[in-house]
Design a protein. Structure first.
Length: 330
């Protein structure tokens, strides 16, 4: 996966977008943030079109002064650049059936996640450029950081260089970056964070059994926002260097404790998820099979079922009790 090249604002020339019709498919977390940022950056409003089904997101786009097209075929026909910013699981159906047949043969297609490209789920024509601009940031922050005049890091790669005008250097890196981005995202989602959630759950159970109160536990573990503060320091000062802000007892406990944990079993578990679940395509295949069910309401939606099961965690029950008590105090 090699060393990635870093590009800065000065490497980007907005001039290449002049007179281009830019269509955003979706006005959700990323769509609303990216469309507004682009308009603020000087792209005229009449060059931007929001393609959105009839729903509350379309209303928000209209309220923000954007032109909205509900007929996807019409939006596809005019697009020089198409940002695909609807949920990953609906992209293949919507793009392949409603956009792909009508899109210009030399259109530039921009995705914000490598998932569908990496697993070849989107049908592109050979003359089209396919670019990934994947912000390493949640949508609301993509907007708020821009408003504050600050930036955020993005993964960029040219995945298909149909017009021959894509960045050659980026093209050379492309497969590696899409593979890297997709693999790292899925790894964080399926290996790292499940273990973190499990560790919090079990830490909570042990401390609760030892007699700690709901309030003390919830605040100590996350509601005080101390973990958020620690991660902010880790980003600014260094993953381990941020420990210098902690007490000596804490520094000693954290460093000696983590170095004592050999991690072999966890490494094997992580490798299993990376190779046998993610890169093998096993997860992608299984996820494709529940795609339609994710649009369902209630128990028929597998995500709702998982939320319901998670509510059975003692930690979540305690958090509800604490929040209910706090609401009574406000
Ligand atoms: P979202 O869930 O906010 O998308 C909502 C939008 O999708 C709305 O405009 C809605 O009308 C449209 N939509 C939903 N279902 C639809 C359907 N069946 N047919 C037509 N339109 C439909 O999506 P989000 O979170 O902005 O994700 C968009 C892309 O950005 C994805 O590829 C995601 O992986 C990527 N991304 C998201 C990040 C985030 O912070 N949420 C961070 C980085 C990348």
């Amino acid at each position: 996966m090699g060393q990635a090249k870093i590009y800065y604002d000065s490497d980007a020339d907005l001039g290449v977008l002049s007179n281009k019709k830019i269509v955003f498919l979706g006005f959700g977390n990323q769509g609303s943030a990216q469309a507004q940022n682009l308009r603020d950056s000087g792209i005229p409003n009449d060059q931007i079109l929001i393609a959105n089904r009839v729903d509350s997101y379309a209303e928000t786009a209209k309220a923000k002064g954007f032109r909205v097209e509900h007929d996807f075929a019409k939006a596809a026909e005019v697009a020089d650049v198409l940002f695909i910013l609807i949920p990953d699981q609906v992209q293949p159906r919507v793009f392949n059936e409603q956009f792909s047949p009508k899109l210009k043969s030399n259109a530039t297609i921009v995705v914000a996640s490598g998932y569908n490209v990496f697993f070849n789920l989107l049908k592109f024509q050979p003359g089209q450029d396919v670019v990934m601009v994947a912000p390493r940031m949640i949508g609301s922050s993509v907007r708020s950081l821009h408003e504050k005049g600050r930036g955020f890091p993005c993964f960029v790669s040219v995945e298909q260089n149909g017009t021959g005008k894509g960045l050659d250097a980026a093209l050379a890196l492309s497969r590696a970056i899409v593979r890297e981005e997709t693999a790292m995202d899925l790894f964080a989602e399926q290996a790292l964070w499940p273990n973190i959630i499990m560790m919090f759950r079990e830490a909570f159970n042990v401390l609760k059994d030892a007699g700690c109160s709901d309030e003390a536990l919830c605040y100590e573990m996350w509601m005080s926002k101390e973990p958020a503060e620690i991660f902010e320091r880790a980003a600014d000062d260094g993953f381990v260097a941020q420990l210098k802000h902690h007490s000596t007892v804490s520094q000693y406990g954290q460093l000696s404790g983590s170095l004592k944990l050999e991690g072999g079993a966890m490494r094997e578990h992580f490798k299993d998820i990376l190779y046998n679940q993610i890169l093998s395509g096993k997860f992608c295949k299984a996820f494709s099979q529940i795609e339609d069910d994710l649009d369902e309401e209630g128990d028929a939606n597998p995500l709702n079922e998982l939320y319901k099961r998670s509510e059975e965690m003692e930690l979540i029950k305690a958090e509800k009790r604490v929040r209910a008590r706090l609401a009574g105090l406000l």
